[in-house]
Design a binder for this molecule. Structure first.
Ligand code: SF4
Length: 166
């Protein structure tokens, strides 16, 4: 039986590989650590394929952890004690947190990272192209929706996934 999330898993793997390489190469320039939740202060909305991906993570949580999700509207509903409760299943945008990015030809990075190194000096392959990742994700979602009979235009807030149950 074909895995409906196979293309999402492959894309996640690619982005994670990129992140690991950059974080290893430029380790001294990263302030990212468990407990820093600066990137998680807004609620995320995701497409159908990523919603199914996060649901997998949600299904693996124990009841006490699950009961604590969505407790505050001031940050992402998946954040518990400063850490992502569905970390291995988090959306792609969350996997780019902290990395040097290029988006609409603008370079960007968390102000806590790369304080001593101008990311404009980095070789291009070290900078994650958000537009390219998004374009692949749109295609991955379109195929998923075709196979699973879901709406490719739908976006759902993670908070609403909690309300849906699993
Ligand atoms: S899904 Fe996880 S990593 Fe993404 S914003 Fe929410 S808590 Fe943070």
């Amino acid at each position: 039986v074909s895995d409906p999330l196979r293309n999402l898993r492959a894309l996640r793997h690619k982005v994670d590989q990129h992140a690991q390489r950059v974080e290893t190469t430029f380790a001294a320039h990263f302030a990212c650590r468990r407990g820093c939740d600066g990137c998680c202060q807004t609620e995320r909305s995701v497409s159908a394929v990523e919603l199914a991906g996060v649901r997998e993570g949600l299904d693996q949580l124990d009841e006490p952890t699950r009961a604590r999700l969505g407790a505050s509207t001031s940050h992402c509903s998946m954040l518990v004690d400063g850490a992502c409760a569905v970390y291995a299943h988090r959306p792609l945008i969350c996997r780019s947190h902290g990395l040097p990015l290029v988006m609409d030809e603008q370079l960007d990075v968390c102000p806590l990272n790369f304080e001593q190194l101008d990311i404009a000096e980095l070789p291009l392959p070290e900078v994650l192209n958000v537009g390219s990742v998004t374009a692949v994700l749109v295609a991955v979602n379109a195929l998923y929706c075709q196979e699973e009979g879901a709406d490719p235009r739908a976006r759902t807030e993670l908070r609403d996934l909690l309300a849906q149950g699993s």
